[in-house]
Every structure is written in C-alpha cells, then in structure tokens.
Design a protein around this ligand. Sequence first.
Ligand SMILES: [Zn+2]
Length: 614
Amino acid sequence: MPLSRWFIVSMALGATVSAEAESDPHSYAEPAVVSVSALALDLNVDFAKRELAGTAELKLHWHDASARTLVLDTRDLKIDKVEAIGSDGKAAAATFKLDARDAIFGSALRIQLKQPAPIVRIHYRSVPEASGLQWMKPEQTSSKKHPFMFSQSQAIHARSWIPLQDTPSVRFTYTAHIKAPKALRVVMSADNDAKHTLDGDYSFSMKQAIPSYLLALAVGEIDVRETGPRTAVFAEPYIVTKAAKEFEDTEKMVAAAEKIYGPYRWDRYDILVLPASFPFGGMENPRVTFATPTVIAGDKSLVGLIAHELAHSWSGNLVTNANAQHMWLNEGFTTYVENRIIEAVYGKDVATMQLVVDDQELHAEMAKMKPAEQLLVTDLKGIDPDEGLSGVPYDKGRWFLRFLESRYGRDAFDPFVRSYFDHFAFQSIITDQFLAYYTDNLAKKFPGKVSQAEIDEWLHQPGVPANAPIAHSVRFDVVDKASSDFLAGKLAAKDIPAKAWVTYEWLRFINALPAKPDLAQMKALDQAWKLTGSGNAEIAFRWYVATVRAGYTDARPQIAAFIERIGRRKLVVPIYEELAKTDDGKQFAIAVYKKAKPGYHPLTQGSVDKALGL
Ligand SMILES: [Zn+2]
C-alpha cells in the first residue's frame, strides 16, 4: 500500500521485538503445527445477495504429526460444512467450531480431524458487510449500468472472504474458479487473460507462493488496454484510454527496477483502475496492482504511486514482512525503491523533490505522535494493524535505507539490496533476519562505515537520527523564495513564477502556508491559480485543508464534490479532521458525509466516523 498519512490511535508502548522467530499477533493460525501450501477457490459472485459463496480447499503441510487440529482465521464467514479429503481423494465430514468473534481479529475456525488430512475443503459464504469487500450498485459506477465489487485483503481482511491462515508468515500458491454475471470481467491477483470472453466463467492460477493479504478479486464492467509487452491497464470503460496514456511509462519503470534489483519475477505487471471509492492509493496485488483513479492527473505527475506498487514486486511481495510489526521491511524498502525508479525514469530533480516533501511531511506527522509510535520496529499486539498505520514504516524506513546508501555508496549498496531480494525471495522474514544478512554481507565487508549504535538508533529510537542525509532541491529554493515573498506581501499571487511548476513544487508551496492562512491571500491564490477544483488530487486535498484553516468557505462546494466523489482515505480524512475542529465546519462535514457515506468503503467509513467523533 502507499502511504496513508492520516493518523490514528495510540499504539501500546513499544517494547522492541525479540530476536527469536515470532508468532503473528494478528492471526489465530498455528503455522508451526500445520501450514497451508496451496489454496483452490471455487466461488460464485452474487451481487443481489452481496455474497461470495462456494468452497475453499486448503492443501496442508503438517509439521507436527501428532496434531489433529487446524486453526484458521475467519471474520463473519458463514461456514456450512467442512470436509477432510484423504490421500485417496475421498471426502469425509469433519467437525468444526467457530470461536466467538473478536472485534479486531474475527473468529478462529477450529477444525478437528481424525488424522492429518492432506486437504481440507470448507463450504462457506461471506456476509454483505464483509470488511474486505466493497459491493457497489450500478449507480455508484461511472456507466451506472453494472454493479462492481472488489476486495482489499491487507491488512487482515482476506479472512472476511476466505477461511485461511491470514498471516503474511504463510505463503501458498492458488487457483480459483469464479462464476460471475455475464458481461462482467473478473480480475484476480493471478494470470489474467486480457482476451477472455465475458462469459461469466473464469479460471485463474497463481503459481508463485504469496501471503494471504495479496489475494485479490474484482468484478465489474472492466475494459483492457495493452501498454507494453507485459503491461496492460484494466479499468472502467470511461477511463481506460486515459489511464493507459497516464501509465504508458509502466514498462520503462519495470525495466528501470530490473536494472538495479534483478528480474521481475511475476511475469506480467498489469494495473486495475478501480472506482474512486477505493480506500487506498494502490494495493500491490501481484501481477495486477489495484489503483485509485485519483492518481490520473493527466500529466503523469502522480505516477509515483505506480512506481511504489511496482516496487512491491521486490519488497513485500517477494520478500515479505512476517507480521505487521516489521512492516518497514515492506513499506520502507518499497518507498526507497519507488524513489529510485522515479529517479531512473523521470530524473534526479523530480526524485529529490519527492524526498524533500516526504521528509518534511514525516517530520510534521511525527511531531504529533508519541515516541513509541515513531519506532521502525513496533509492538502491535492487540492492536488492529490498519490502525497502526503511519508514515513511519514508509518514510522513516526509506530514510534509514537512504542513510545506508549514503554511507556505503550505491556501488556497494545497490548490489547488496539486490542480493537481499534474491536471498530472501519468496520468504517472509523479520527485522533480525534482515540485520543478520546486512551484517554478513555489507557491514563486515565494509567495516567502519556504520556503527551498531547508529543502526539501533534508526530501528529502535523515536524521531529521525541527526545523521540522516538531508535532501536538497534547488527548484524548491525558487518556490521557497516566492512563498516567503508572497506571504510577506512583497509578491502578488499572479506574479508567483508557478506556470511551469510540477506537482511537488505546488505541494511545497501549499505546505509552507501558515497554520492559519490569511483569507485574502487564499482568495488571491485561488483567483490566480484556480487551486479550488484542481484536477490534481494531491494538490487539491492539501489546498482544501488550508482553505478550512483559513475559514475560506467559498471553497466548500468543491470540497463537498471532492469528498463525495472520492473515497480514498488519505485524501478525504484530513479534510474531515480539519472541518471537525469548528462547530460550523463539523456541521458542514456531517451533512456532506451523510451523502458520501453510502459510496464509501467500510474502511473509509470507519476512519471518517472516527474523524467526526460519530
Ligand atoms: Zn506500499
């Protein structure tokens, strides 16, 4: 996932994670006893009932021969029947028990077996409110002709549509047979066939072993455009041509990443553009990234998100954090690789501006966080992993790797990272495994470059260490000069030299507005540069937050349109949070939310409820 900068709950005070391999605090599964090595799904997609129904067959690898219980994760699944399939292929009914529901983790499904069966088949149905699925009525789509549904399994929502070991420490291959209404296309994180006839009967195979959070399904009126020999864009018809144009550099990005980090191992890299209600920027589902349409700005200025999701093909999907407490291994590496891809494809200038903005925004975010929340390796026991999300694993993780890069130099660091991806390919690991590999393959080879105390400070201390490399953009010097002159009243809004500014220059400028911007200055900026109603969602949401702070209520109709149309949490939640700070703003926010809520994903609804204190 790309960074969501809205921030959340207090995390428990973080004792650092111990060296031994650990169990996942967010799963009931016992993979040390028995682990799933393959999944075969056979599901029917029923839009009228908002239900997935059918079977999941789990191929099991028993590590403890005396064990007879298989514990799976579920959330709100209706389990109709469980069968044990013997090595002779014969099915026998197995007894099972569904534990009481935990609000965060769901219900453990305990299957009792007479002997360690090689396969277990579960007959089940999802509920309409499944936390990992969004069901959209035809009128919520662009053409308004057909319904649309999609999954979002990360962090722990796969269990709301498949009974399985929902922990990234377990990897498995999968096949799926999906039946859906004719005329709709089914897309999965597997081998999608762009030429498949729309007959409602789809079969998929994913031959690379993946963790459960990368299981993905979408069904809707979905068109396809090829953008390269191994890249294509899937999207609703209204936007497929525009999306293909916006993402036409995807093959260049894949090639750039391969040059530094080794071959792309997932055969195809496709992008599915979802309806605007998708709660995230993107989700790195293997072979097919799920992406928000809000990154289609018309000028490729927000394709960093694609670089990010693509980078996950190495960091995250290939080498995976064994549980959410080590999320920086996924997101820090990915944010680092993303910036390297941007540098290779769009140049050092753009990559540096991204670094400066992200560093600044991380500092601003951390200023509001407790020290324990600022650690790279965290303690998330008893905490919903969705709520532990912040910029820390992303940007502090990325900054740590940039620190290592600056000390060792790219000549040494790039081959090290590549060998790290190769060494741990298709494995799920914790921070100590990274550290042991780092010590043997970088620190010992180049002694004296980085001390153990420095590493410990990055991983286990709050804040950003004083030795962090500081990125500097000369293009921002121009922006900063214009900004300070404008704010001091020495430069008229229309004379700001912004005609050729790219997105990052605007973000820098908007981020430099004071905590309570001057109303007349906001109006002047808007008149000169039409920021209200901007088609660039990154500029728009920061601008809207500033308009609320300034009391610039003329922007409200456009704010309402923005948050009614878009369900991406990063873009809408900060606006709701800012509006909630005044009585009048809160009333307006609640009125808009009333209209917007039915179109929001359950995850977004939860975040907005919290922002508005509902
Ligand atoms: Zn990510």
